[in-house]
Design a protein around this ligand. Structure first.
Ligand SMILES: Cc1ncc(COP(=O)(O)O)c(C=O)c1O
Length: 360
């Protein structure tokens, strides 16, 4: 059996009539940027989430523009987690701000709120918890601290914290629609979500060169970061299937939980309703890479999310924070992501679990 870590052909085969019709309607309308599809997607995704949403070009820009809307700028500090994709930190650097990395909780692998609170200083302007792998970060203690919270929801469409959808809890939130995400486009895409009309208006302007209500009048120094009509049309189709695909992710994760032996399983924290964007097991560092090799030889694709904590990235060496987060350093050596996407069959999960068991 061959089970790639991710693949999109079976999804396209299932949704082909709807996706083809959506693409055709954009081509026939002859309008490709900031049009009816984008507007409709913002309304529909906003209705699904329960906030205002603004489409942007990708999740990295969603974080950067959300930070700018919060008034964060060059030299300001933004507290975040090292156990995330590089773009969380890249977005903070994109606007000249400084990521301050606080360590993670060993059980959830998400930002430890107490460690984040301990890093607050006079220059702190925002905190960016990441709902990693589809698990809600522990937001409770952060919401009381008076510093704006930007939720990085790139991996958490549909995840709930204390019953509330992630992306609706902090001051503002950033979503990515990179193809592998719980809600993925067929290219790049992103969105900012907020209940604050002023923040929403600022992001709406920033993404379109800072234009105001009058065409070609630029009130703020904005950028070009728009969700195009083709991606918006595809996302509208996929949004209609999102709840079903999230339910399938949970079924598959439950099956893994029942079948896997010999490895440490991911948890679901008491305050979290996970959506299992990634299914990440842990094993002894000296076994991780040989297990990965063993699975590859049996046709099973795996990945490591992420092998280098972001405070240790060569690009950020100048921040001099390489040794501030011992838990994430240790866990980065133990993690391994197994395939999990809604199109997988139960038999494929069973096969993967058997191959893991055979290794031990
Ligand atoms: C946690 C996290 N934040 C931000 C991003 C950035 O999203 P994008 O790739 O759409 O720029 C990603 C995805 O790569 C991510 O996983």
């Amino acid at each position: 059996m061959t089970i790639p870590f991710a693949e999109f052909k079976s999804q396209y085969a299932t949704l082909k009539p709807e996706l083809d019709a959506a693409l055709q309607s954009v081509l026939e309308a002859g309008w490709f940027v900031l049009g009816e599809q984008g507007k409709a997607f913002e309304q529909e995704f906003g209705a699904w989430l329960g906030t205002k949403t603004i489409g942007v070009a990708n999740g990295t820009d969603a974080i950067a523009l959300a930070l700018r809307a919060l008034g964060v700028g060059a030299g300001d500090e933004v507290i975040t987690t090292p156990m995330t994709a590089f773009p969380t930190a890249a977005a903070i650097r994109q606007i000249g701000a400084i990521p301050i990395f606080a360590d993670i909780q060993a059980d959830t692998l998400c930002l430890d709120p107490q460690k984040a609170l301990a890093k607050i200083g006079p220059k702190t302007k925002a905190i960016v918890p990441v709902h990693l792998y589809g698990q809600a970060a522990d937001l409770g203690p952060l919401l009381e601290c008076g510093i704006p919270i930007l939720e990085d929801c790139a991996q958490s469409h549909g995840t709930r914290w204390q019953g509330r959808l992630t992306g609706t809890i902090g001051a503002i939130a950033a979503f990515s629609f990179y193809p592998t995400k719980n809600l993925g486009a067929y290219g790049d895409g992103g969105a900012v979500a907020t209940n604050d009309p002023a923040l929403a208006a600022t992001v709406g302007s920033l993404r379109n060169y800072g234009e105001g209500t009058q065409r070609y009048e630029h009130l703020i120094e904005g950028v070009n970061s728009r969700l195009d009509e083709i991606q918006a049309a595809i996302l509208r189709v996929k949004l209609r299937h999102l709840d079903a695909s999230l339910a399938r992710r949970r079924e598959l994760a439950t099956l893994y939980n029942q079948l896997l032996r010999g490895v440490e399983l991911p948890i679901e924290a008491v305050y979290s309703h996970n959506t299992w964007h990634l299914y990440v097991i842990r094993t002894a560092p000296e076994k991780r890479d040989t297990l990965r090799q063993h699975l590859a030889e049996r046709g099973v694709g795996t990945q490591i999310h992420y092998p280098i904590p972001q405070n240790r990235q060569p690009a950020l060496a100048h921040l001099d924070q390489q040794n501030t987060c011992p838990i994430s350093n240790a866990e980065a050596e133990r993690i391994l992501s197994l395939p999990l996407y809604p199109e997988l069959a139960d038999e494929q999960i069973t096969y993967i679990a058997e191959q893991v068991a055979a290794f031990f």
